[in-house]
Design a protein around this ligand. Structure first.
Ligand code: NAD
Length: 390
């Protein structure tokens, strides 16, 4: 992997909101942030319960005085610490209704932010965060994990280089099966908040994974969806939000697309897959086999590109960590996002201004929230085709 010297020889200091014992994504963030050795966790408010936050902090071997009972206490206390001690950025890994409060307060206190998707509870909150990022010049990394994979970078490279010719068709599908039953009432914490409109927002499945699918399609193709036609369903009786949806998309160059997301595709794990076709050929990438990229050619045999191979672009190889044949996966892709943050904050440490970056940011977050608004509008309308503007 390409190494870059971090000249001031200290680790970036990370604080965390959420990610207490029993949580899902907080632990993934901690592992990913630590992977390059450039970031250390120094503090946290890990739960809405002060006791659980303390217990979680203790299990992470943090000193008691850096484990806080609430995010407000954490941000205020950390701001008062000397510059050489206080956190540099805050990772927010709470349910969707708890993104805006800590993110806004962190930005207002001059802390950079790593924020989970979907970026906020609604579009209005997302726009306010965008404005605050502009005002403060702080960085915001939005963890659309899948664009951290090297073979996704390679797919984007092939499109950018024009190898596939003008893009015509995008299929992106994201089937999961874990919400096939009403597990929100039988003690599954992750299911409980995701299916509750008060915590998840106006969409369930589409907010949770549909936003990932759209982001991936736009990231690889470099195109932007401009119109869509959506049909959302709630299959499981008693559930309050969509658990399945299908969307037809039109992109700004006339490309047509199909996006499907489901959390009731019984038997599926996390089967995100994308196919993009141009005039000369296409790419196919499957998140569950992330080290392989299929490259298909008109009237030629299909090629199998593999992670870390010498024939990959510089762009893709810069994000590979192990020699070919030593599988990399989700944690490494996540770490690639944190690596981007650490590199972009290097100039900030020296000159007070973040450098260029290749990770999803606040614009992607606003786009994701606008996508959800548009989906719901289309779903409810008889005209179906709806302009997607941000
Ligand atoms: P989870 O329920 O497993 O964890 C949420 C954590 O937040 C819990 O520890 C809870 O105690 C804590 N929390 C809640 N309110 C809090 C508050 N006021 N202060 C401090 N902590 C608080 O949820 P999860 O599955 O880890 O999802 C969390 C977020 O991550 C969601 O926004 C979700 O959409 C996102 N997510 C993203 C990915 C990805 O691929 N990038 C994957 C999974 C989840």
């Amino acid at each position: 992997m390409m190494m870059t010297d971090l000249t001031d020889r200290r680790k970036l200091r990370m604080g965390m909101v959420g990610g207490g014992q029993g949580a899902f994504i907080g632990e993934v963030h901690r592992i990913a942030a630590a992977m390059d050795g450039w970031i250390e966790l120094v503090c946290g408010a890990f739960s809405s319960s002060a006791d659980r936050s303390k217990a979680s902090g203790r299990s992470l071997l943090l000193p008691d005085d850096r484990v806080y009972g609430s995010y407000q206490e954490m941000i205020e206390s950390e701001s008062r610490l000397p510059e050489g001690e206080r956190m540099d950025f805050i990772s927010i890994v709470t349910p969707n209704n708890m993104h805006f409060g800590p993110a806004m307060m962190a930005l207002e206190h001059g802390f950079h932010v790593v924020l989970e998707k979907p970026m906020a509870f609604n579009l209005e909150e997302a726009r306010q965060l965008q404005q605050k990022v502009t005002e403060t010049g702080c960085s915001l990394l939005l963890t659309h994990t899948y664009v951290g994979y090297p073979m996704v970078k390679e797919a984007r490279h092939l499109v950018r280089e024009g190898k596939l010719g003008a893009i015509r068709k995008i299929y992106v599908e994201y089937p999961q099966g874990w919400l096939s039953k009403l597990s929100e009432v039988t003690g599954n914490k992750q299911a409980a908040w995701r299916t509750d409109p008060q915590q998840s927002g106006q969409s369930g499945c589409m907010g949770d994974i549909g936003t990932h699918a759209l982001h991936l399609a736009e990231y690889i193709s470099g195109l932007r969806a401009t119109r869509l036609c959506a049909s959302l369903q709630t299959f499981v009786a008693g559930r309050k939000l969509d658990d399945d949806g299908s969307v037809l998309l039109q992109f700004d160059n006339g490309t047509s697309g199909v996006l499907m997301a489901s959390q009731v595709a019984a038997g599926e794990e996390n089967a995100l897959k994308i196919r993009i076709y141009g005039e000369n050929g296409g790419i196919e990438w499957n998140q569950q086999e992330p080290n392989t990229l299929l490259v298909k050619w008109l009237e030629q045999p299909t090629q199998v590109y593999r992670a870390s191979a010498a024939y990959l672009s510089e762009e893709a190889r810069a994000f590979c960590r192990t020699p070919a044949g030593h599988p990399e996966g989700y944690l490494e892709a996540f770490a690639n996002l944190y690596r981007g943050l650490a590199l972009s904050l290097q100039p900030w440490r020296n000159e007070g201004k973040a450098g260029p970056y290749d990770f999803p940011g606040v614009e992607d977050g606003v786009r994701g929230m606008a996508f959800l608004d548009c989906l719901l509008k289309s779903n409810e309308s008889n005209d179906k085709w709806t302009d997607f503007t941000v």
